[in-house]
Write a protein that binds this ligand. Structure first.
Ligand SMILES: Nc1ncnc2c1ncn2[C@@H]1O[C@H](COP(=O)(O)OP(=O)(O)OP(=O)(O)O)[C@@H](O)[C@H]1O
Ligand SMILES: [Mg+2]
Length: 300
């Protein structure tokens, strides 16, 4: 099977190897199996505005396994958020198909398969931290006692137990992001969609949050689609890094990251030779086009 999951199966390869886009696009059409979290088949998205049409995505194929952590990276405007929004059922493809655990995004959303965390924490200012985390559960009719217990667990998980009764404005930006991540995990989603969730954080907080996210995902077994502009962040977090090019947005390369198992990714990894090798592989994949295509990507 020469689909994108092949790359996952090749995790034991000795060094990160950029997979040519042709092997990625050769995804056989067919029903997604139970081990497939996201199946994007030949998806294009054209926006029509008064100023004309923009092809945000063109013939994108991507299959993400259950429990897999995949990052999307590419220059500003290449369609990363658009792809995430299509998977999240916040918009519809112009052509092509998307399945989430073998169902349409709409059905998957209704079945509460998703947890979503975007760049802005998006907390409700009049609710306490705990009440924000409980919100999705409340909307789905979970009882008060169960909600409170779940929120307490999640706040412990993100290290904010002492702030449960605070309001969002009493927290730092990084703490608010952690609340948003706790909220996105409230319904034990099997798929987390994250669009630059750490974009506004300082480097230290960002690295701590990355380590925390790796731990959370190992604990919950959720598949993650993570949009970032940072190559080291993508490499640290992911089993595969999907590199996109702009106008029209396409997947140009998929870089398997051959680092420790997700559960064993600790800060030491950031100084490991394999980490630097993977960073280089992603950087080279990004620069595969003209230098201008790497604009807007943080290569530190
Ligand atoms: N609702 C919309 N209407 C019209 N055009 C849109 C809309 N949403 C996105 N686009 C266009 O689609 C293209 C891809 O946008 P998208 O937001 O997906 O990029 P991105 O890769 O997430 O960029 P960034 O890294 O800056 O967040 C851009 O050219 C953008 O102008
Ligand atoms: Mg975006």
């Amino acid at each position: 099977m020469s689909d994108a999951r092949t790359a996952l199966d090749e995790q034991d390869a000795p060094a990160p190897v950029a997979v040519p886009a042709s092997t990625v696009t050769a995804v056989p059409d067919g029903p997604a199996g139970p081990a497939t979290a996201v199946d994007v088949r030949g998806v294009s998205k054209v926006f029509t505005t008064k100023a004309g049409t923009v092809t945000a995505l063109d013939d994108v194929h991507l299959r993400i396994a259950a429990g897999e952590f995949v990052s999307l990276i590419g220059p500003s405007g290449c369609g990363k958020s658009t792809l995430l929004r299509l998977v999240a059922d916040l918009d519809e493809p112009s052509s092509g198909e998307i399945e989430v655990f073998g169902r349409s995004p709409r059905v998957a959303r209704e079945a509460q398969d998703y947890g979503i965390a975007f760049q802005q924490a998006g907390l409700l200012p009049w609710r306490t931290v705990a009440a924000n985390v409980e919100l999705p559960l409340e909307l789905h009719g979970v009882g008060r006692r169960e909600r409170a217990a779940r929120a307490a667990d999640l706040l412990a998980l993100v290290g904010l137990t002492d702030f449960a009764r605070h309001f969002p404005h009493q927290l730092s930006g990084g703490m608010q992001q952690r609340v948003a991540i706790a909220r996105s995990l409230a319904e034990r989603p099997s798929l987390l969609l994250m669009d630059e969730p750490f974009g506004a954080l300082d480097e230290m907080t960002r690295e701590r949050m990355q380590t925390e996210l790796v731990r959370l995902c190992a604990e919950t077994g959720a598949a993650v689609v993570f949009v970032t502009h940072s190559i080291p962040e993508a490499v640290f977090l992911s089993q595969r890094v999907v590199v996109m090019s702009p106008r029209p947005g396409r997947i140009t390369q998929v870089v398997p990251v051959d680092l420790a198992r997700t559960a064993e990714r600790t800060d030491d990894l950031r100084e490991d030779a394999a980490f630097f090798a993977a960073v280089t592989a992603v950087r080279e994949a990004l620069h595969g086009g003209t230098p201008a295509t790497a604009r807007g990507v943080d290569v530190r």
